[in-house]
Design a protein around this ligand. Sequence first.
Ligand SMILES: Cc1cc2nc3c(=O)[nH]c(=O)nc-3n(C[C@H](O)[C@H](O)[C@H](O)COP(=O)(O)OP(=O)(O)OC[C@H]3O[C@@H](n4cnc5c(N)ncnc54)[C@H](O)[C@@H]3O)c2cc1C
Length: 447
Amino acid sequence: MNFDVIIIGAGYAGVTAALNLKRAGKKVLVLEARDRVGGRVYTKYLNDGNYVDLGGQWIGPTQDRIYALAKEFEVETFKTYDEGKSTLLYKDKVKAYKGLIPPLPVYALLSLDAAIKKINKLSKGIDLHAPWQSQNAKQYDSMTLQSWMESQMGSKVARSFFQVAAEAIFAAHPSEVSLLHALFYTKSGTDFDCLMNIKKGAQEERFVGGAQEVVNRMAALLADEIQLNSPVKRINQDSEGDDVIGEGFNYRARKVIVAVPPAMAARIEFNQPLPPNRDQLMQRMFMGSVVKCYAIYDKSFWRDKGLNGLCTTNNGLISVTFDNSPKDGSKGMLMGFVLANQAKAFMELTTSEREKAVINSFASFLGPDARNYEQYLEQAWAEEEWSRGCFAGIMPPGAWTSVGKTLREPVGNIHWAGTETSEIWNGYIDGAVRSGERVAKELMPLL
Ligand SMILES: Cc1cc2nc3c(=O)[nH]c(=O)nc-3n(C[C@H](O)[C@H](O)[C@H](O)COP(=O)(O)OP(=O)(O)OC[C@H]3O[C@@H](n4cnc5c(N)ncnc54)[C@H](O)[C@@H]3O)c2cc1C
């Protein structure tokens, strides 16, 4: 059977592209490896009717495209729980504090504040459309975020907390991330404060019913077009179109959209080798490492103590936790991230060792009550065959300025989507939606 467009991947990017093309009268087919849509957004429904988001979950100001879809598909959002005091574990002591500024030594706070202001200022100069053309791009791309942190912050304590924030944003150690990429990503998501914060930040709101709710409803309009359990193994290109091949299927289309992260696109075979710089990009844009962990309680006991469940430390397995309880507060759900190098070590533990280590970490913030949990859940994204890491693809030093321009450049009939290709909210759900809209628009005149 012949299609106008075959879309590989039914994450937010692929489903958005498919729906836009279908609405424009095009004949589309979406091939998805997993047995569900949503990709890196994964809502697990629990037996008692509750749910947990094991992948992407928050949305916030300026993420207009995902908000527009939530409105269109009538999925409500609600504020992330943020009432009461936050918790800081520093030098083995637990302190509760109000507001955004943790009770750290003044010299460390001043150093942190200056670094955040500086990264915001530098990021303003980045060309989001072509980061490699930004002023000083070569210089920034020859540094890591770590080397920049060392040059900016004399205080070791400040550096360690900046690292906590950076790892929560990139799911990678700062020594792995190009400074140019960090600046691009910062501007793409407004600024560093917006990336870090709950109020007026990227963590401001959640979806009622879970973050998969919107994409599930979109997919319901594509019931005849989405084929699940269909990993694409190979694309054979010729001048007229492409054959898209997997186990038990071989479909043909005039155009193909690859809506998977570059690291996953690298696992597809192509009959005509891709241009070498494109291939090198796919070899280099690596996925971060994150394990998202939950303990579920009969109630959110921390709220009774005037705490908001937002806990941070510069010296623990879990460096940051959030109150992820349902909107009605009927259950207590504490969620924590194991990030970057900690995640790599964590994934070598047995299942029971992992659970024990996470609960110990939760108890180190919130006391013995944290041990009285009903259920433990986790999702290690590097263990996921069809993601191989998260939150998103990251550029190491040198990649943006050498091969970065191939990120969105079509190759013959193949066009690229996915949050990694977005100029705005790159790495986020909103970026995925924008990339789906962009690629559909790009293809329309060619069909
Ligand atoms: C733990 C975690 C927390 C996050 N938190 C947030 C957050 O709070 N807010 C936010 O905005 N973002 C967050 N993100 C990031 C967000 O989830 C992603 O940016 C977004 O979902 C990416 O969508 P996408 O469509 O570009 O890619 P994906 O969701 O990765 O979709 C790609 C799809 O392609 C499929 N696929 C891969 N290879 C093949 C193949 N060969 N053949 C067929 N199908 C294939 C995959 O199964 C997948 O369904 C988080 C991510 C994670 C993992």
